[in-house]
Design a protein around this ligand. Structure first.
Ligand SMILES: [Zn+2]
Length: 338
């Protein structure tokens, strides 16, 4: 099957998160055929009933592993193509990337390269279940080439995220007698004002850490002193979060409670000579791998701006180029590992 055909065949197997079984079996078939032909092995690693990662390896161990996810966001959109693009759900996120990785693997094997693997995981679009599972079963990889749409540029890093709920409590009273109550809203506003004054770090590579107060709610009526108020804030991280967390704790002290909800760390990723670079704002499976599959790299054809939209597509030209880029990276990293 040619690259374009393979991409369309994969798009046409619906694999919305939770329903990855069918596409997984198709990938297992494809990898098993390559394993038989070139002396490797391919296996299903069950994450949950009917959901499994697919892993294949050629040589002694997968020193370099090409990896991406096989699930997509809803809704399903079947494939179509015109002169320049292949369209459909997963075209760039990530059925086209899977196809490019398989074609790169085939070409590498044909030219005698060994000691690399491919790993396709479930669940990236929801909770990285597949990547966490794979991280608990490392296979001795030293480099992980993770595929997400970066327009074939090597991502040097991605911002992280830190989400809090800031909650204040008070005591109700008649608004004519504020001294009898305690306003949760006043306390929340004080806490938020102090939070906004926190100087956030700036990183040379990732840029500025930013703060957004996304929601704010509280109170009961204009003539009642508010007994509760809560805000949700999101900080985009560009480095270690310790100082920021300490500053938040100090800012709310005596006024409100800061409840941490989610933290996804900022990432520094590997670079390689001869490949154009970029920085991305989205998160990937890479934090879930936690380094268990080696030093991570992030690169793939297509644009994140059309991923998750009904106009999802991938330029055929970038798809072709990706096959060459993945081969070049595998060769280069195998050499570096010696
Ligand atoms: Zn993706």
């Amino acid at each position: 099957m040619q690259l374009g055909e393979l991409t369309r065949a994969l798009i046409d197997i619906e694999s919305i998160t939770g329903n990855e079984e069918r596409v997984g079996l198709q990938l297992l078939d494809y990898c098993s055929a390559l394993a038989t032909r070139y002396g490797g092995y391919a296996e299903r690693c069950e994450v949950e009933p009917h959901r499994a990662n697919i892993f294949a390896c050629w040589g002694d161990r997968p020193t370099v592993t090409l990896s991406t996810h096989m699930d997509t966001v809803p809704p399903f959109v079947p494939s179509r193509e015109d002169a320049e693009h292949i369209w459909g759900r997963g075209a760039c996120d990530t059925k086209g990337i899977i196809a490019a990785m398989l074609k790169a693997a085939e070409a590498l094997l044909e030219s005698g390269v060994r000691n690399f693997g491919v790993l396709f995981v479930v669940g990236e679009e929801r909770n990285s279940a597949g990547a966490y599972h794979a991280a608990a079963q490392p296979k001795g990889a030293r480099y992980l080439i993770n595929g997400e749409p970066t327009e074939n540029k090597l991502a040097l890093g991605s911002k992280g995220a830190l989400r809090y709920e800031i909650a204040a409590t008070g005591r109700m009273a008649h608004s004519a007698y504020p001294e009898l109550g305690e306003s949760a809203i006043d306390k929340l506003l004080d806490a938020l004002a102090r939070i906004r004054a926190i100087p956030l770090p700036v990183d040379e590579l990732l840029g500025r850490s930013t703060l957004n107060i996304g929601t704010i709610a509280g109170g009961r009526a204009p003539n009642v002193i508010a007994d509760e108020a809560v805000a949700e804030i999101m900080i985009r991280l560009v480095g270690d979060s310790t100082a920021t967390k300490d500053a938040i704790a100090a800012a709310v002290a005596g006024k409100a409670e800061a409840r941490e909800r989610i933290e996804i760390p900022a990432l520094r990723l590997g670079s390689l000579a001869g490949i154009e670079t970029t920085v991305v704002a989205y998160t990937t499976d890479i934090p879930a791998f936690g380094g268990a599959w080696g030093i991570p790299f992030l690169i793939g054809p297509g644009s994140i701006h059309v991923a998750h939209t009904l106009d999802e597509r991938i330029p055929k030209r970038q798809l072709d180029d990706a096959v060459g880029i993945y081969q070049k990276m595998v060769r280069q990293l195998l050499t570096e590992s010696k």
